[in-house]
Design a protein around this ligand. Sequence first.
Ligand SMILES: Nc1ncnc2c1ncn2[C@@H]1O[C@H](COP(=O)(O)OP(=O)(O)OP(=O)(O)O)[C@@H](O)[C@H]1O
Ligand SMILES: [Mg+2]
Length: 371
Amino acid sequence: MSNPFSDFFNSIFAPKATSVLGIDIGPSSVKVVQLKKQGGKAILETYGELSLGPYAGTDIGRSTVLPVEKIAEAVKDLLKESNTTTIDCGMSISIGSSFVAFMRMPLSEEKNFKEMVPIEARKYIPVPISEVSMDWIQIPKDEQTLSEFQNGQKVEEDNMADILLVVINNDALEKNKRIQSILGLQVAFSEVEIFSCIRAAVDAGIAPQVIMDLGADSTKVFIVEKGILKASHVINRGSQDITLSISKSASILFEDAEKLKIKDGILGTDKNNTSEISSITVDYILSETGRFILNYQRKSNKKVSKVILTGGGALLKGLKEKAQNSFETTVEVADPFSKVAYPAFLDDVLKEAGPEFAVAIGLAIRRLQEI
Ligand SMILES: Nc1ncnc2c1ncn2[C@@H]1O[C@H](COP(=O)(O)OP(=O)(O)OP(=O)(O)O)[C@@H](O)[C@H]1O
Ligand SMILES: [Mg+2]
């Protein structure tokens, strides 16, 4: 029997949908994701990306350095094109405008960390303290590590606390605030892109996982254990370098080289050997990453369980297989949209688009968790 009051009660007691945005401003493009919380779930409402090249009078896919007004203009266009409907958002801070460090402090001083950590942190910060803002967390002790035998020797239970220090350049925070005020956005937080990416791309496993974020002009590599950042490394080579090398070696325009890169990746067989040219940059990035991983494994005496590829450059055809051979471990392409609900017919499109949107999704998920 239908209940005449059901609609009435549903409309009163139905959980209110609340929408939020994640806005990721990279050097080559801006990305946005809008999520809403409904019935305890994160639901994808809309998403979009806009290349910044044209705003700098240059090609799509190129890395740019733009004045804040131009970036705001691009974000405005993107929000309009993507039909976003909320102003509540989290924004990214690029790794280049930030700095993470791992500090050790005596556990006996734990109750004084609030005062002591910021003072001790100054030793790690290479710029005047007035130019940065900092935050830190105490990393929970890993019982396993403490009781483990490392290199045949029992690890001494040390009485030091591990602290993760995150430092952001004030200019970058100011830039986000300017964009907020120009566009009338409500920015709840600015977050260093590494942490957004971890939230969106890492799964719940406890063994160390490596994330490679292949951006336009750099590749960021970080190692995460139990959801916590353990080490990070930036390689000053990215997917744009592949395009530049194709353009140079085949004497073609950047925009044509970009198309060729996307079409063939490192699997092409054309007469200009573009795939071989692309492989030079890829090999460099993989060998630098491999070295970083080996170093971490040696120091921690743990083996990484897998490598997750993210960022637009992760889509390069043949990269996953090549990385798999190079690292001799499982390599996956990130699927960050799998963390949210969306209509089934979008499955293929979102699997393909996912790596580029990892940071924007991670930002939106955090904002959703806060409200
Ligand atoms: N299908 C594809 N195949 C290969 N490369 C691709 C593909 N799609 C995008 N890219 C490349 O990905 C790069 C952009 O990646 P992404 O959007 O993650 O960078 P970004 O966020 O602007 O930069 P960064 O992460 O360095 O701050 C560009 O160099 C672009 O050519
Ligand atoms: Mg990026």
